[in-house]
Design a protein around this ligand. Structure first.
Ligand code: DC
Length: 242
């Protein structure tokens, strides 16, 4: 059951803890939305994409060039990654060192899809995410959270937005200024290519609520999901035995 501002819910064990799954394509605002929803509900946020990125960054330390990476090479490189609690979130740490800047860099972004297609890596990420979620109520964002990682999540959201708008938002964030139409067009092309590379993994659960954020502000997205979470709570308390 989902309950906001409930101090007990923060320490509940996995069997009865709450999970909100937020899936969707690249740059649909999943991670920032998941972060704010978690903050509003007093949950922890887990960004599963960051774990795929961490495995990719770790493989870059191996001697092999990305074209020759095998599942074994990536898994061996990723073996020393742990998800460390940081405030209300978790960050991937490699041999005790956080590497947020590296995992968001262009090299990792360029190579992460090939790593995310490796079945053994997907199993490792799923286990890592489930272990981190074990003791907490969580908001987990990714591509297959509502279908594979937490098929019994209390609430599943699938976030989408028009590719031009996703590109515009991403560039505005990256450049800290208003991007030109030509810049947005070039970024849209890259995003569409990334969507194609990740299409197999990006699956909307049949019971997910589709939220199109093209015309929504960040605050409106968060409000909408928090309202849906409260509706789930209400339904659960209406149907629980008295
Ligand atoms: O959301 P992101 O761009 O940080 O994701 C990085 C990569 O990981 C991207 O190729 C999609 C993939 N991914 C995935 O396959 N499954 C997830 N649950 C999360 C991310």
């Amino acid at each position: 059951m989902i309950s906001s501002n409930d101090p007990v819910s923060r320490t509940r064990k996995h069997a009865s803890s709450n999970v909100i799954a937020i899936d969707g394509p690249a740059a649909s605002g999943k991670s920032s939305t998941a972060h704010w929803v978690a903050e509003r509900l007093g949950y922890r946020h887990i960004d599963s994409g960051a774990v795929y990125r961490a495995a990719t960054a770790a493989a870059m330390h191996s001697k092999q060039v990305p074209d020759l990476w095998t599942e074994e090479i990536v898994l061996a490189s990723a073996a020393s990654i742990v998800l460390r609690e940081r405030g209300d979130s978790f960050e991937p740490v490699l041999q005790g060192v956080a590497f947020e800047e590296l995992i968001r860099g262009l090299d990792v972004t360029h190579n992460v899809s090939r790593v995310a297609r490796m079945p053994g890596v997907r199993m490792w990420v799923n286990d890592t995410v489930r272990a981190a979620a074990e003791d907490y109520d969580v908001v987990v964002d990714g591509r297959d959270i509502g279908t594979v990682v937490f098929p019994n999540a209390d609430l599943k959201i699938f976030l989408v937005a028009d590719s031009w708008e996703r590109a515009r938002r991403r560039l505005t964030q990256r450049l800290s200024r208003r991007p030109s139409d030509a810049e947005i067009a070039a970024e849209t092309e890259l995003l569409v290519q990334r969507d194609a590379r990740d299409a197999m993994q990006t699956v909307q659960a049949s019971d997910a609520v589709l939220v199109d954020t093209t015309y929504l502000t960040q605050e409106e997205q968060v409000e909408r999901i928090v309202a849906l979470a409260h509706a789930v709570t209400q339904r659960a308390s209406d149907t629980s035995p008295r």
